[in-house]
Design a protein around this ligand. Structure first.
Ligand code: ATP
Length: 218
């Protein structure tokens, strides 16, 4: 069975930074399917601006027609706080012990890995693909940096050869876009155009999310 790759996030809202990264990862691993996994309640941050159902709707619009991306809404269906260890354990149960499973994390997320629930089990369950985010430097004495050095995968191909445990560092072009920046622009009445797909922005406006005025075009 081909490698299974998941890319989790709040996606509040999904934007071109997320989408480009997902495609870059897919290509660099040999056109594998990448599943975007919206979280239900993110454990490490406050309330989301859009509901789970609204964030899912925006994701569906964003990936429409893209064959290498799909959505896995298991964390939304599971409800409660979304812990990556639970998601990986569930997936591992479905895939069996031999299928390579990988999770994509930006360096901002990876830097806080040692605060995640059962984080030590994560490398037993999956590979980790760490994507460099500009300006984020890992503490060289911290557990995430140590894990990266100890389990480093020399190439993307190495991830296909075993089921879990390798850490691959990738440095694809990073678009300087954040969901926070988009929400802020909208709430200030500024245009968010070109930061996310038009279909996503039109739906944000239609639903009046993040303080958007449905009567006024972005
Ligand atoms: P927020 O601004 O609300 O914190 P965000 O834009 O950082 O949101 P998240 O949904 O929190 O998006 O991020 C999910 C994952 O996507 C994280 O691993 C994060 O590192 C990554 N990510 C966020 N922005 C980008 C970007 N511009 N390019 C590539 N990956 C990104």
């Amino acid at each position: 069975m081909p490698m299974h790759v998941i890319y989790g996030g709040t996606f509040d809202p999904v934007h071109h930074g997320h989408l480009r990264l997902a495609l870059e990862v897919s290509e660099r691993l040999g056109n594998v399917l990448v599943s975007l996994v919206p979280c239900h309640i993110p454990p490490h941050r406050g309330q989301t601006g859009a509901t789970a159902a609204q964030r899912l709707r925006l994701l569906e619009l964003a990936i429409a027609g893209e064959p290498d991306l799909r959505i896995d809404d298991r964390e939304l269906r599971r409800g409660g706080a979304s812990y990556t260890a639970d998601t990986l354990r569930q997936l591992r149960g479905e895939l069996g012990i031999n299928v390579p499973l990988a999770i994509v994390l930006g360096t901002d997320a990876f830097a806080g890995l040692d605060r995640w629930k059962e984080w030590q089990h994560i490398p037993e369950l999956a590979h980790i693909i760490v994507v460099q985010r500009p300006g984020i430097i890992l503490d060289p004495d911290g557990d995430p940096a140590r894990l990266l050095v100890k389990n480093a995968a020399g190439s993307a191909g190495a991830l296909h050869g075993c089921a879990a445990g390798r850490v691959l560092k990738l440095n694809p072009p990073w678009l300087d876009i954040s969901a926070t920046g988009i929400r802020d622009r909208i709430s200030l009445g500024q245009s968010p155009r070109y930061l996310a797909p038009d279909s996503v922005l039109a739906e944000i406006q239609h639903m009046g999310l993040y303080g958007a005025c449905p009567a006024k075009n972005f």
